[in-house]
Ligand binder design. Structure first.
Ligand SMILES: [Zn+2]
Length: 97
């Protein structure tokens, strides 16, 4: 079981750091600053998490306005953003099929 305290929201709902929209946890990308290493990674790990809609405008705001870095309280490596942009492009291709 998750030990995070989410007292103000229902257990499986999260909020996008860019557009503030609330949705089910699994509908978002999860970006984690891992406690042990301080590294920023995607999807997995125990640590401080930020959630982002898989959408261009949310990713853009997270990057350009550093919403992600501010939310995680650490600089976010360029590689993390590159992975997310790649993921977004892949999703768009899938939607056209
Ligand atoms: Zn969003």
């Amino acid at each position: 079981m998750a030990r995070e305290l989410v007292s103000t929201m229902k257990p499986n709902y999260r909020r996008c750091i860019s557009c503030r929209q609330v949705a089910l946890k699994q509908e978002f990308w999860r970006i984690v600053r891992v406690y042990a290493s301080g590294q920023v990674q995607l999807d997995q790990g125990m640590g401080r998490s930020a959630y982002l809609c898989p959408q261009e405008r949310c990713l853009q705001a997270a990057q350009k306005k550093n919403r992600l870095g501010r939310s995680l309280h650490t600089p976010v490596p360029e590689a993390v953003y590159q992975t997310l942009w790649r993921r977004l492009a892949t999703q768009q291709i899938e939607q056209h099929n």
